[in-house]
Design a protein. Structure first.
Length: 143
């Protein structure tokens, strides 16, 4: 017969004992521990089953978020002090799809110029979707 130490009193007891004969404490998983483990499994098994599965885009996804992002990135590269840039909310920028397949985006921002003065400016940014990529064709300040 194999023996193990009691979790509570450290006396040697039979390995298959469910309670300690000395201190009467339960030796296996307690009901509370079993319920807790069950709750964790119920929560995380569905999460683990979805790992790696492609997610479908939201029905309300903005089709112009990628062109706006491409314009913002290109614009930040041209600024004298990119850290000073305060962009207007992207969803407020004017966006227009043109007949030739290009997209006009007009980002607005407040940023420091070369003299350190803040200016509020608008740009015309023309982009062209190419598969999953967006190419910036032109970026010009209009005011």
């Amino acid at each position: 017969m194999t023996e193990k130490k009691c979790k509570e009193c450290a006396m040697m007891i039979p390995a298959e004992a469910k309670t300690c004969p000395h201190c009467r404490k339960p030796q296996g998983w307690t009901t509370c521990a079993k319920v807790g483990l069950g709750a964790i499994l119920i929560i995380f098994i569905p999460v683990l089953m979805n790992i790696g599965k492609p997610t479908s885009p939201s029905k309300h996804a903005d089709p112009y978020s990628a062109p706006r992002g491409a314009c913002r990135m290109a614009l930040e590269k041209t600024l004298h002090d990119p850290g000073s840039a305060e962009f207007d909310l992207g969803s407020n920028w004017y966006v227009e799809t043109r007949k030739d397949g290009t997209i006009l985006v007009q980002p607005k921002l407040r940023a420091k110029n070369a003299f350190g003065a803040y200016r509020y400016v608008t740009y015309n940014c023309i982009v062209k979707p190419e598969g999953e990529n967006i190419r910036v064709l032109s970026l010009k300040q209009i005011n």
